[in-house]
Design a protein around this ligand. Structure first.
Ligand SMILES: C=C(O[C@@H]1C=C(C(=O)O)C=C[C@H]1O)C(=O)O
Length: 393
């Protein structure tokens, strides 16, 4: 194909892509109007029936154009997730007029380029107000910033699909009066970032956060003879590699983050598990009110009395009130050897009847008990298209 021919086709593709983007923006505007009517008429944000009908119609239509059903479904799952998250954010803002700030000062770990930085950008992109980023060197410093009103929010990683819970954050949450007001999950895609033209075999020293090394342990084991240097954050690792400017050093972190420091990726997908995601808590000084139209989660922290089956008794209370537990974590209590603090995430809103009943019973039976927060559930389960056979025609 002659290069002018290629150019002509590319011009058409560029134009088409920009039309696609315009249409997506128009769709988003319409779903914002939908959110406004849901606020007015107290209608739940999520409507699986409508989503299923929409997906079935689009899959059928796609088939006529030779577009694979899986491809169409994937694209629209992303569009629907974005639509639902935007609407949830709008309803939550409406239910908490006092918490809508013109400036959001947000504390997070490291500098520009860390996963916490990317998660912060993502979470606040759906919320009004200018974002002021406050990079910190430790989780304790992040929490302190909000406690002392130097920041309005903190974004804290709480768990990762490969390396599990981030204990240090749980331990910090034991002693704070801050509330969890939001959550988000963010894909963690580790890449090998370098400053100079080089190749894997030349790398002698690797810089990264210890959590990152844990998540990439298989890759490190395969690498063999490489010195591993832990850093306080992914951005600290990136800055180090940019400064050293050598072809024998590399950092592990996100490609988007590395690009901010002029680094480029020479290998991607370094994590042990392909599906590598981190979940973050967003915390603030004041708890938020989650409207009942928005699916909510509640995080509790409690210690039980020392008797056989005390934790089981607590979990039975959840079962009896038909409350689904999504996470259970235990952490030692500082100063009380062999005693544990339990962190429990459940689906439900503290304003719900069954939830209030369960919380009362739990509080009465626990030694210490606190609701760390009730916040919109941002884990959006994609609507499944059950009637696959109906799509055969
Ligand atoms: C936009 C709506 O809200 C949600 C998002 C949908 C969408 O983006 O198409 C569809 C159904 C709802 O889960 C709606 O209810 O129509």
């Amino acid at each position: 194909m002659k290069s002018t021919e290629l150019e002509e086709i590319r011009v058409k593709i560029t134009e088409l892509d920009s039309n696609l983007l315009e249409l997506l923006a128009q769709r988003q505007q319409l779903t914002n109007y939908v959110a406004e009517t849901k606020i007015k008429n107290q209608i739940p944000v999520r409507d699986h029936k409508r989503e299923e009908q929409l997906l079935i119609r689009l899959i059928k239509q796609g088939k006529k154009h030779n577009l694979d059903a899986h491809y169409v479904t994937q694209i629209f799952h992303v569009i629907l997730e974005d639509s639902v998250l935007n609407q949830q954010a709008m309803l939550a803002a409406n239910a908490n007029p006092g918490s809508t700030l013109s400036v959001n000062r947000v504390a997070f770990l490291g500098n520009k380029g860390t996963y916490s930085y990317l998660a912060t950008q993502k979470y606040f992109s759906r919320r009004s107000g200018e974002l002021i980023e406050i990079g910190c060197q430790s989780f304790a410093e992040i929490i302190k910033k909000v406690e002392t009103n130097e920041a309005d929010y903190a974004v804290l990683p709480i768990e990762n699909t490969s390396s599990g819970s981030i204990n240090e954050v749980y331990d910090q949450l034991q002693h704070t009066s801050l509330s969890v007001v939001g959550e988000l999950t963010h894909p963690i895609q580790h890449t090998l970032l370098v400053n100079q033209e080089t190749e894997l075999s030349k790398i002698k020293t690797l810089y990264a956060h210890p959590q990152v090394f844990a998540q990439c342990s298989h890759f490190l084991a395969e690498l063999g003879n490489v010195e591993v240097k832990p850093c306080d954050s992914s951005s600290a690792a990136m800055i180090k590699v940019a400064e050293l400017n050598s072809n024998s050093v590399a950092a592990i972190g996100s490609e988007a983050g590395g690009n901010l420091y002029g680094l480029h990726a020479i290998k991607s997908n370094l994590a042990n598990q392909k599906e590598n995601h981190s979940r973050f808590f967003v915390v603030a000084r004041e708890a938020v009110n989650v409207p009942l139209q928005v699916p909510a989660k509640t995080t509790l922290v409690m210690s039980t009395v020392q008797k056989p089956g005390a934790l089981v008794d607590a979990l039975v209370v959840l079962r009896d009130n038909n409350i689904n537990m999504t996470k259970l974590e235990s952490r030692p209590i500082t100063g009380n050897p062999w005693e544990e603090m339990f962190y429990i995430d459940v689906e439900g809103n503290v304003q719900d009847g069954p939830m209030q009943e369960a919380l009362e019973v739990l509080q009465a039976m626990a030694r210490t008990f606190k609701v760390l927060g009730c916040y919109p559930n941002e884990e959006i389960n994609p609507t499944k298209v059950a009637a696959v056979s109906a799509l055969a025609d």
